[in-house]
Every structure is written in structure tokens, then in C-alpha cells.
Design a protein around this ligand. Structure first.
Ligand SMILES: NC(=O)c1ccc[n+]([C@@H]2O[C@H](COP(=O)([O-])OP(=O)(O)OC[C@H]3O[C@@H](n4cnc5c(N)ncnc54)[C@H](O)[C@@H]3O)[C@@H](O)[C@H]2O)c1
Length: 273
């Protein structure tokens, strides 16, 4: 039996958008899309725990949030492939903030290797971070979310690669992101009775520290260059920014989107039309 999510139709816009009093976890939030997402959620009023495999950068991002917004921000070491590590970070958030309302599964990796050259452990690692990491995070989030009047929200950062094939070399990545879209649907079904919505956001190519560093050292540079060109020629006429994606995530996290669960929103500048 599904719990009734509150009807907020009469609420003023500022209240719908506000995350004041909400408690959020962003995985892989030390840089790139995750950091941009954490900054916007904090600006909307949520306390933020950034869990990242790079603890030092997670703390630096949390410090930046504290400098900009009057919320509590913590940075912690968390490896999303390790369920114990995810459990410990979730417990820290629940203990420090008094609960968890929003969980963004953002951590991801995107090594580019042609299928014929892909070692087993590269495939395993991509699925461990991008797919099992989402499962680990969602399971832990749901254990801590109390539902309540506004319910919990889990947001999975997918990719246009969860909808279509993409540049050569990204087979494991494309598979891992299609899987996350599937889990988004299934977990929406399973978690609705707990008062939890589950949504995906599928960005197009957006330059970040991670993909720019990969492009700099990897033969996929040409592909990244091509992605840039595709984006420059996109329907929005410019290359997207991490904040373009963060604002869509904010919409999902807020009560503006209470009618939605189980779907993955394309944040793709029309790339997949
Ligand atoms: N940037 C894009 O163009 C783009 C497009 C579509 C989807 N995405 C998705 O967005 C997400 C973020 O991408 P990004 O471009 O910001 O990447 P990024 O490399 O800049 O940031 C990823 C963050 O995840 C962290 N991380 C990596 N492995 C981890 C692990 N095992 N546990 C915890 N943290 C870990 C990294 O330390 C880093 O801080 C990924 O899921 C990616 O697939 C990105």
C-alpha cells in the first residue's frame, strides 16, 4: 500500500523550493557535478554531508558550503563501492543532522576503453562505482529516511548514456547507467510505501574536473573535443555547466516535483531528441 504523499498545491512557491530543515547526502560531492549540486541544495537551506573517496577534497567542499550558506556542512571519506563505508557515512549524517531526507547518488567513473581491450577489472570497477554504489547508497538512505510529511527523495545521477549509446570506449559506462535507470524505476515502486520518491537526472556532457582530467591524459581527447563541439552546437547554443545540472537536481529534491517518482529527467540540451 502506497503512503499518501502530501498535496502541496496550496503552498507558496518559496516554501515549495525551500529545503530549510532538510538533511542531504551527496556522494562524490567533492568536485564536479556533485559539488555544484551540494552548493545549490545548501543554498536552498539543506544541511549537507559530502561523502567522497577523496576525504580532503570533500572537507574542502564542505568548508566552501559553510562559507557561502548558513547550514551545517560536513565532508567525509566514503567509498560507495563499500557498503560498510556507505553505512558509516549515512550513520554520521543521521547522527550529526538528526536524519536524512535527501540522498544524491552522484559518484561515478567513466574510463574509456574499447570493448576488445577492456580488462575484467575495469568493467567490474565501473559497475561497482556507478551501479552498486547507487544500490548501496539508496539502501542506506531508505533505512534512515523517515518519510514524514514531506517524504524522502533519492536522486540518481544517470547520463544520456543511460538512454543511448555514446562515444566508443564507454560500453561498461553505458551499461552501468542503463542499469541505474532501471533501479530508479524499481526502487520508486519499493520505496513509495515508505514515503520515499526516487528520481534520476540524466545530464549531457558538461565539463567537470573529472572528465577534463581524463581528456587531458587519455586518447579519448578527440572524443571529448567532439562532445564539446556537439554541445556548442546544441539547441541551447552553449556548453552546459555543472550548475545547469544542479538546478534540475534541486527541482527533484524540492516539493516542486512531488508528483514525480521513478522517472529519469533528461538534462541534455536536446541532445537525445
Ligand atoms: N560531467 C559530465 O559530462 C557527466 C555527464 C553525464 C553524467 N555524469 C555523471 O555525473 C556524475 C559526476 O560526474 P563528474 O563529471 O562530476 O565527475 P568528477 O570525476 O568530476 O567527480 C566525481 C566525484 O566522485 C568521486 N568518486 C569517485 N569514485 C568514488 C567512490 N568509489 N566513492 C565515492 N566517491 C567517488 C570522485 O572523487 C569525484 O569527487 C557521475 O556519475 C557521472 O557519470 C557526468
Amino acid at each position: 500500500m502506497t503512503a499518501a504523499f502530501a498535496d502541496v498545491s496550496a503552498a507558496p512557491l518559496t516554501e515549495l523550493l525551500s529545503l530549510a530543515g532538510r538533511k542531504a547526502v551527496v556522494t562524490g560531492g567533492a568536485q564536479g557535478l556533485g559539488k555544484a549540486i551540494a552548493l545549490r541544495l545548501a543554498e536552498a537551506g539543506a544541511d549537507i554531508l559530502i561523502g567522497d573517496i577523496n576525504a580532503e577534497r570533500a572537507q574542502a567542499a564542505a568548508d566552501e558550503i559553510s562559507d557561502r550558506s548558513p547550514v551545517r556542512a560536513l565532508g567525509l571519506a566514503m567509498d560507495v563501492t563499500d557498503s560498510e563505508s556507505v553505512r558509516a557515512a549515512a550513520s554520521s549524517a543521521a547522527r550529526e543532522f538528526g536524519g536524512i531526507d535527501i540522498w544524491v547518488n552522484n559518484a561515478g567513473i567513466f574510463p574509456s576503453v574499447p570493448v576488445l581491450d577492456t580488462p575484467d577489472n575495469t568493467w567490474e570497477q565501473v559497475f561497482a562505482v556507478n551501479t552498486r554504489g547507487v544500490f548501496n547508497g539508496s539502501r542506506e538512505a531508505a533505512r534512515h529516511m523517515s518519510g514524514g510529511k514531506r517524504g524522502g527523495v533519492i536522486i540518481n545521477i544517470v547520463s544520456t548514456a543511460g538512454f543511448t549509446g555514446t562515444a566508443p570506449g564507454l560500453s561498461a559506462y553505458v551499461g552501468s547507467k542503463h542499469a541505474v535507470r532501471g533501479m530508479t524505476k524499481q526502487m520508486a515502486l519499493e520505496f513509495a510505501p515508505l514515503g520515499i520518491r526516487v528520481l534520476g537526472v540524466a545530464p549531457t556532457f558538461v565539463p567537470t574536473e573529472g572528465n577534463m582530467a581524463a581528456a587531458a591524459v587519455h586518447p579519448a581527447t578527440e572524443e571529448s573535443g567532439r562532445a564539446m563541439t556537439v554541445m556548442t552546437n546544441s539547441l541551447i547554443g552553449r556548453i552546459g555547466t555543472p550548475d545547469d545540472i544542479a538546478r534540475v537536481v534541486l527541482f527533484c529534491a524540492s516539493d516542486l516535483s512531488t508528483i514525480m517518482t521513478g522517472s529519469t529527467l533528461l538534462a541534455d540540451a536536446g541532445q537525445t531528441i
